[in-house]
Structure formats: structure tokens, C-alpha cells
Design a protein around this ligand. Sequence first.
Ligand code: FES
Ligand code: FES
Length: 170
Amino acid sequence: MKRIISLEINGKPVELTVDIRQSLLEVLREQGFTGAKEGCGVGECGACTVLIDGLPIDSCISLAVWAEGKKIETIEGQAKGERLSKVQQAYADTGAVQCGYCTPGLVMKTTEFLETHKDQLAKGEMPDRQVIRKEHSGNLCRCTGYQGVVDAVESCCKSLISEISEPEAK
Ligand code: FES
Ligand code: FES
């Protein structure tokens, strides 16, 4: 059975006809948003993570029809033209990207992590590395050993702290 759903993908309103049994991941990939990957397909690895109304969700186990009226953010919404987002750049700079299969999901998770920790960062407090690890533990990577990932998140936190504190220093 088909249904028409209205949603927003990376800031753009769209109307899609979907099968009610289709996952959001399947529909996004059909629409050309192929950054989100299917790893396990059962909500274990986080390779398919996208943000739904700001929350990181495993799109492989989320039905597309549940996205009705929601704002979806995918990895394709991060870079502006050739310019990588700060999170993407940090992942590249710290060597957190090897085969890259997990990276889109991790970048989306980090994007949400920075948003949910922004009050702490605004006070100049760095989140503990253990907290970074724990909060990213739903995103599995078979290549990097996670050190680069944690380094990338720390580097984003540091640059946000200095961005926030700079105006006060002037
Ligand atoms: S593919 Fe969705 S959690 Fe693994
Ligand atoms: S970089 Fe290969 S799975 Fe993470």
C-alpha cells in the first residue's frame, strides 16, 4: 500500500509517495541521499543514522511514513558546495575516516552531540572523552579503533569553545 508523505529533507520541503512498509533509509537512498549506509539493517551499527527533528535515528528501522511532517537531516546537508562542514573537516583532519562506511552516521551523531552539549561548551567546559565515547557508542566503526573519532569530536568542541569565548576576549 502506498502513501504520500510531506517532510523536509535538508531544509527542503518534499512530498514523496512511499510504500508503507519501506524504511526511511530505503526511501532516502531511492531519492539520491545515498550517504546514509545500510550496515546491519537491524538498528545495531548506526551506519544509517540521520537526524529526525534533531535526534539521531537509525533510519533502517524507522518507517518512512513516520517521517511525515518531520525535518530530516542527512550527511548531504552538511557540506556547502566544496566546503566541508566543521564536523566533516574535523573527521578528515584527525584521520577518523578510513573506509568511510560508518562516517556519515558518525558525523550526524557528532552534529547532534555538539548541539546537545552546547550549554556546557558555552561555559568553556570540554566534555569528557568517556562521555564522547559513550554517546557515540551506537555508531560502530570496523576500521579506526575510534581514537580518531573521539579526537575529531574533541577538536569540534575546542573550536566551538573558542568561537564562543572569542567575542568576550575582545
Ligand atoms: S544499518 Fe541501521 S543501524 Fe545498522
Ligand atoms: S571508517 Fe570504515 S567502518 Fe568506520
